[in-house]
Design a protein around this ligand. Structure first.
Ligand code: DAH
Length: 339
């Protein structure tokens, strides 16, 4: 029996020695100490041992069991230690390696100008609102006093989605949507993307941006419109900027005007920028047509208002002396970086 146990011990230690993975160690544990393991088998065969020998043999078996356990544990610790070291070596971070440089983004020049325009009007108590880019014909034309047979409908080269749904050609439909809500007074600007079936060139794009503006309240006059836009122009282009209102026609305003500002490059002397005239056109505006108020449920005998529409790209191009509108849409980082 003693010999047998010595043999088991030798074999177990050899197998532990040979193990190169935790699973192998586990196998050794099962083979020798498990329910059907060699040591257990020895215990089961105790009945063949002389009764007076049994306690001694039992003690030997227990000692061997403890020893195998101990060696197994040792081997396991060693293995785990080795694995930890390997992992540390693998995961070493070289802190002297030069870091990757993060490119910092830039606000698009359109965004810079729009932020400035919003800041100015918010300062005057306006609210910034939005309307849908896919719009009903009703809001884009009909409710703005542009009936089906109106020439302005052709002029705007509309992208139609269905017979009565289109890509808005202007931000003016947001005027109607705001008035329909029925909350008065109104003091809002509505920036957004508009669409017209235009060929791309240095001054045209099928998609560009406008900023609509509108006030509706009791007692609003053309003088309010002039004062507001004069102040706006001063804040955007500089304190010395003058404004000029030229009579014009828009179906949804009466009277209507186009507004020029004194050239902010030459101060009105005349230069390449203003094509020698000293003036630069920046927007269309007017007093909201009584029919437009009425169609949106506002009584034109009680309320009046003014509205204006600014072409965002036009102002961006002027302000930054960019001579080709396409540059605004290509998003070339070398271009955008300059602003
Ligand atoms: N919606 C006009 C356009 O796209 C611009 C415009 C003119 C807007 C006069 C207005 C306005 O609100 O009063 O050409």
């Amino acid at each position: 029996m003693k010999e047998k146990l010595a043999k088991i011990k030798e074999e177990a230690l050899r197998q532990i020695e040979d193990s190169d993975a935790l699973e192998k160690l586990n196998e050794v544990r099962v083979n020798f100490l498990g329910k059907k393991g060699e040591l257990t088998t020895v215990l089961k065969s105790m009945k063949d041992v002389a009764p007076e020998e049994r306690p001694k043999v039992g003690q030997m078996v227990n000692e061997l069991r403890d020893e195998i356990e101990r060696v197994l544990e040792q081997a396991k610790s060693k293995m785990e230690e080795k694995a930890r070291e390997a992992a540390m070596k693998r995961e070493v971070i070289d802190v002297t390696l030069p870091a990757k440089r993060n490119l910092v983004g830039h606000r698009h020049p359109n965004r810079i100008v729009l932020d400035e325009v919003e800041r100015i009007f918010i300062g005057m108590g306006y609210e910034v609102v939005e309307g849908p880019e896919v719009e009903y014909d009703y809001y884009n034309f009909e409710a703005l006093n542009i009936p089906a047979d109106h020439p302005a409908k052709d002029e705007q080269d509309t992208f139609y989605v269905t017979n009565d749904i289109l890509l808005r050609t202007q931000t003016s439909p947001v005027q109607v949507r705001t008035m329909e809500k029925g909350k008065l007074p109104i003091r809002m600007i509505a920036p957004g993307r508009v669409f017209r079936s235009d060929e791309v060139d240095a001054t045209h794009s099928p998609s560009f941006h406008q900023i609509e503006g509108m006030i509706v309240d009791k007692g609003i006059t053309f003088a309010d419109l002039k004062g507001t836009l004069a102040q706006f122009a001063k804040e955007l282009f500089g304190e010395k900027t003058k404004v000029k209102f030229r009579p014009h026609h828009f179906p949804f305003t009466e009277p209507s005007a186009e507004v020029d500002v004194s050239c902010f490059k030459c101060g009105g002397e005349g230069c390449r920028f203003c094509k020698g005239s000293g003036w630069i056109e920046i927007l269309g505006c007017g007093m909201v047509h009584p029919k437009v108020l009425k169609m949106s449920g506002i009584d034109p005998d009680v309320y009046s208002g003014f509205a204006f529409g600014i072409g965002l790209e036009r102002i961006t191009l002027l302000k930054y002396e960019i001579d080709d509108m396409r540059l605004l849409y290509e998003n070339d980082i070398r271009f955008l970086k300059q602003f």
